[in-house]
Ligand binder design. Structure first.
Ligand SMILES: Cc1ncc(C[n+]2csc(CCOP(=O)(O)OP(=O)(O)O)c2C)c(N)n1
Ligand SMILES: [Mg+2]
Length: 368
C-alpha cells in the first residue's frame, strides 16, 4: 500500500506526585532519605530568600541586572540533587538554586551580579560550566561533554538547563539529535516557565508538550509538574540512572512559572495579566513541600522559623562580605589592558587621560 499510517508507539508521560494543595499520591511517593528531604528544603528556602534579597539589592543600586528564579526552585533542586561532583552541570542564566546546591557561594553570586569576573568561580571539585547567556548555546556544550565522558568510558553524566524559549533555537534540535544518535549521557532539563521575556509559550511551539519533541529524536521524554519537587526528583532520578548506565539521554520538561520579571530590566505587567500570576502563585512549590514535610513530622513552624532566621543571617553576612571584597576590586585602568595586543593611539590617549584624572582625584577618587 502506498499510503498508510506508521504507528509511533512512544507515549509522553506526565508526572505529578504532590499537588498544589500539598496532597500526596502515596503510590508514587519516592523513597527519599530524611537528610536529603531536609537538605532540599533548606536549599529551597535559601534560594527563595536570596532571590528576594538580590531583588532588593538591585532596586537599591547595589547589584546590576539579574534574573529572578522565584517559582522555579523545585525544578532546579529536584534535578541537580542527583549529580555527583564529577558530573557536568551546564546552566543557562536562571539557575541560582542549582548553582547554590553545587556549592557556589552567595558572595560570589553577588560579586558576579555586580559585573566582576572574580564572581565566576567554579567550585574546585565540581565539573560545572559558567552561566551561558546566548539562549540554547549551552545545550550543545553539554552534549559534547556527555559524549566525551562516554568516549573516555567514564560514567559521568551531563545535565543541562534551558527554558521553553530555547526549544526554538537550532542548538536545541542539533543537541538532542546528536545526543540520541550517539546515546550520550545527557539529561536535558527544560524549565518551561511559559515565557521567554515577553514571548508566550504559544509562540514557541504548536506542540501539545515540549516533552514530546523527544520522540522525534528517539529518546524518552517526560513532562512533570515542575513545581512539585517529588515529581521532579523522581523523573530526574530515572533520567540520571539511565544516562549513567549507558542507556542514553532524556528530555525532562518541568512545567513551572516565572513568578517575577524576566530580569530586573523588564516590566512583566506589560505583557501578562495579574490573574495569570495569581493563578501560578497558588502553585508555588515551596508551601506544598513544607506541608508535605510537616505532615511527615520532619518540619514544624518553630523549626521553619529557625531555618529562616539562620538563612537570613547567612545572606546578610554574604552581602557584607561581598561588598567588602568588591571595595578592593576593579581598578578602572584595567579596562584598557585586554582588548588589543598593540594599543591603538586613541586608546593610549584615553588611558593617559584617565590616569591623569584619577591622580588628580586623589585618594577619595572623586571624579566629579
Ligand atoms: C541567541 C539569543 N537570542 C536572544 C537573546 C535575548 N534573550 C535573553 S533571555 C531570552 C528568553 C529566553 O527564554 P527561555 O529560554 O524561555 O528562558 P527563561 O528566560 O524563561 O528562563 C532572550 C530572547 C539571547 N540572550 N540569546
Ligand atoms: Mg521561559
Amino acid at each position: 500500500m502506498p499510503r498508510k499510517k506508521i504507528t509511533i508507539s512512544e507515549k509522553v508521560e506526565y508526572l505529578s506526585i504532590l499537588n498544589e494543595k500539598g496532597q500526596l499520591d502515596k503510590k508514587l511517593e519516592p523513597d527519599i532519605g530524611e537528610d536529603v528531604l531536609l537538605k532540599l528544603h533548606r536549599f529551597m528556602v535559601l534560594a527563595r530568600k536570596f532571590d528576594e534579597r538580590l531583588l532588593n539589592l538591585q532596586r537599591q543600586g547595589r547589584i546590576g541586572t539579574f534574573p529572578p528564579i522565584k517559582g522555579q526552585e523545585a525544578a532546579q533542586l529536584g534535578t541537580i540533587a542527583h549529580l555527583r561532583a564529577s558530573d557536568w552541570m551546564v546552566p543557562a542564566f536562571r539557575e541560582t538554586a542549582a548553582e547554590l546546591w553545587r556549592g557556589k557561594s552567595l558572595e560570589n553570586i553577588i560579586i558576579y551580579n555586580n559585573g566582576f569576573a572574580e564572581g565566576v568561580d567554579i567550585p574546585e571539585d565540581r565539573n560545572d560550566l559558567p552561566i551561558s547567556v546566548p539562549v540554547g548555546s549551552q545545550i550543545i556544550h553539554a552534549v559534547g561533554l556527555g559524549w566525551a565522558a562516554k568516549y573516555r568510558q567514564k560514567d559521568d553524566v551531563a545535565m543541562t538547563f534551558f527554558g521553553d524559549g530555547a526549544t526554538s533555537e537550532g542548538d536545541f534540535h542539533e543537541g538532542l539529535n546528536f545526543a540520541a544518535v550517539f546515546q550520550a549521557p545527557v539529561v536535558f532539563v527544560c524549565q518551561n516557565n511559559h515565557w521567554a521575556i515577553s514571548m508566550p509559550l504559544s509562540k514557541q511551539t504548536r506542540s501539545k508538550t515540549l516533552a514530546q519533541k523527544a520522540i522525534a529524536y528517539g529518546m524518552p521524554g517526560i513532562q512533570v509538574d515542575g513545581n512539585d519537587i517529588l515529581a521532579v526528583f523522581s523523573a530526574a532520578q530515572e533520567a540520571v540512572q539511565r544516562a549513567r548506565s549507558g542507556d542514553g539521554p532524556t528530555l525532562i520538561e518541568c512545567v513551572t512559572y516565572r513568578l517575577m520579571m524576566h530580569t530586573t530590566a523588564d516590566d512583566p505587567k506589560r505583557y501578562r495579566t495579574d490573574e495569570e500570576v495569581e493563578k501560578w502563585s497558588k502553585r508555588d512549590p515551596l508551601p506544598r513541600f513544607q506541608k508535605y514535610l510537616m505532615d511527615k513530622g520532619l518540619l514544624s513552624e518553630d523549626k521553619l522559623n529557625e531555618i529562616e532566621s539562620q538563612i537570613m543571617e547567612e545572606i546578610q553576612a554574604a552581602v557584607e562580605g561581598a561588598e567588602k571584597q568588591m571595595a578592593a576590586f576593579g581598578d578602572p585602568m584595567d579596562m584598557f589592558d585586554h582588548a588589543y595586543a598593540e594599543m591603538p593611539p586613541y586608546l593610549k590617549e584615553q588611558k593617559a587621560d584617565l590616569a591623569r584624572e584619577l591622580s588628580e582625584g586623589g585618594e577619595e577618587g572623586d571624579h566629579g
